[in-house]
Ligand binder design. Structure first.
Ligand code: DHE
Length: 523
């Protein structure tokens, strides 16, 4: 149902020209915004019912596509079409306005985060799952087409529930260690806690204006949110999403930085974050007492032991260890023991940071634009290897973590985005996301590193992002199109066994694989 302010916007649609003075020659984008868009997208463009309309948030939408959305509306959302109401010049002026940075940089401080928090259910939810399926072999499948998630039974390959999400989720869905709760993040900074057993939302909070990803601590107590805007890392209570700490991200001179990504490092009991504008990696330990790394013992204590409802924000609870690196990092991956971080910048090349000694110990010669965030580790002979797709070149780089050297390269039919494997399968799966072969998936033998099969599940349509069932017997692939599908393959015979229609499915996340951090899946 439309909210009252949106009804106002729709009413204005029926009275074209009311937005700006008659006779004005150059349409006033700001006035048009105020009249037609502010009701849903916020007076300050920070978003509301509709997404935020700030240059950083719009970075992935070309201005001509924005013009098209304003003219034609957006299917399966409440965004109406303005093509009959506004002239081309007015739409162009509107687009120019929303792609301009506001005079005052938008602020989103701790009070805003607290103010945005909403509890979404009464009580603690059911004692047992309300469905008849193995909770550890469920998949949450993100459908970007109409901003929904499908909860899929990974044994029967049947959807058991479907629910709406915030606009434009990004990054992997994360789970609590027991697999009961899922945590979702939208690019506009909304974090949602979802009770998988009860099939209901628990709480949500807006942790930033433009966010990158989230991580859940291995002990299940905290959710860390990496923000571009503002330059901050936000720590939330995983049980209900109350904010616990807002950590400003800046260098010694007070110059802020966007956070590229944050992940949890279970054996270290810490969050690790890469920064986009400062040559540093940050480690934020979250364990208390004896479990904490020796250097942090005594500093941390459990906020739950305190009396009072909302613990005051105290940065000492989440001290930051700052590790210098040689170049800016856009994303990274860990070695299987979480002793090292392998980071890459979009300019190419990789850096290996030893997290124990806190410095760069090797560089990797990887051409193009390695996508190490989608890297996976896998067993190869007696040893281990790390594979990284490349966003710019049709090749997969194979890294030996014993020697920290690139030891092999697999040529593919084009640049890829995601890779997956599973300890129980012989194969690595890699997509080709860009170019004329975007409909292709390569299946690669882990031992010979040869492509053994090139699948084209829907010729001409993008096929991407693979995830395995918990036992590794089946691989699920997205046909990444508006009227797309999830295609289920037998992981041994590579035969298709099921095709489930979905709205632009993107990532899919198996509860058991993610909570066990199995080798071959995303962390
Ligand atoms: Fe992602 C994960 C960064 C563009 C879909 N992407 C991630 C993660 C990071 C990242 C840091 C890890 C988050 C996690 O799981 O915790 N992505 C970036 C970029 O920097 C980049 C290249 C540019 C940008 O605008 O952000 C980018 N990503 C995209 C897309 O264009 C994709 C294909 C479509 C979309 O949804 O926007 C996309 N990214 C994904 C998906 C994951 C992801 C599906 C989760 C992968 C997983 O298996 O865990």
């Amino acid at each position: 149902m439309l909210n009252p302010r949106c009804l106002l916007a729709v009413a204005l649609l029926l009275s074209p020209g009311a937005a700006f003075p008659a006779g004005a020659e150059v349409p006033d984008g700001a006035a048009l915004y105020e009249s037609h868009c502010a009701a849903c997208h916020g007076d300050d463009r920070l978003g509301g019912l509709g997404p935020a309309l700030l240059p950083g948030n719009l970075g992935r939408l070309a201005p001509e596509d924005a013009e098209q959305v304003i003219t034609e509306g957006r299917a399966a959302t409440q965004m109406p079409a303005y093509g009959e109401v506004l002239s081309e010049a007015e739409i162009t002026a509107l687009v120019e306005h929303i792609y301009q940075a506001p005079e005052e940089p938008p602020r989103w401080v701790e009070a805003d985060i607290r103010g945005s928090h909403r509890g979404l259910r009464e009580g603690d939810g059911p004692g047992a799952p309300v469905f008849d399926a193995d909770p550890m072999n469920l998949f949450l499948v993100v459908e970007k087409g109409d901003h929904h998630i499908t909860v899929l039974d990974g044994d029967r390959f049947e959807p058991i529930h479907r629910f709406p999400t915030r606009y434009a989720l990004h990054g992997g869905v994360k789970y609590s260690p027991d697999g009961r709760y899922a945590y979702l993040m939208s690019r506009d900074g909304w974090v949602t806690q979802y009770d998988i057993h009860g099939l209901e939302k628990v709480a949500e909070v807006r942790a930033g204006i433009n966010s990158r990803n989230i991580a859940v601590s291995a002990d299940g107590r905290f959710v860390a949110v990496a923000n571009y805007l503002p330059n901050s890392l936000v720590i939330l209570d995983a049980d209900g999403l109350r904010p616990l700490a807002v950590i400003p991200v800046a260098n010694d001179h007070g110059e802020g930085s966007r956070v590229s990504a944050v992940y949890t490092a279970p054996p270290r009991q810490s969050f690790i974050a890469a920064l986009k504008d400062i040559r540093e990696v940050w480690e934020i330990p979250y364990a208390d007492g004896a479990e904490a790394l020796p250097v942090y013992r005594g500093i941390m204590h459990d906020y739950r032991e305190e009396s009072g409802e909302a613990p005051p924000i105290d940065r000492r609870r989440f001290p930051v260890r700052r590790i210098k690196v040689d170049s800016l990092l856009d994303d990274f991956f860990f070695d299987p023991e979480y002793r090292h971080l392998v980071g890459a910048s979009r300019q190419g090349g990789g850096q290996v940071v030893n997290l124990t000694v806190g410095r760069v110990i090797a560089t990797l010669d990887i051409p193009g634009m390695p996508h190490l965030g989608s890297g996976i580790s896998f067993r190869h002979g007696e040893g281990l290897r790390i594979a990284s797709p490349n966003l710019r070149e049709g090749r997969i780089s194979i890294i030996d973590p014993e020697r920290w050297a690139v030891v092999d390269a697999i040529d593919t039919l084009g640049p890829g985005f995601f890779m997956r494997s599973h300890p129980e399968t012989r194969y690595l799966w890699a997509d080709v996301f860009f170019g004329p072969n975007k409909d292709v998936l390569h299946v690669i033998d882990k031992e010979t590193l040869e492509i053994v099969e090139t699948l084209r599940p829907a010729p001409g349509e993008t096929a991407a992002h693979v995830e395995f069932t918990h036992d590794g017997s089946h691989a699920l692939v997205s046909i990444w199109e508006e009227d797309g599908a999830l295609v289920v393959y037998d992981a041994e015979t590579l035969e298709e066994v099921r095709r489930i229609p979905m709205k632009r499915p993107s990532g899919k996340y198996n509860v058991g694989n993610k909570t066990a951090y199995i080798r071959g899946t995303s962390h």
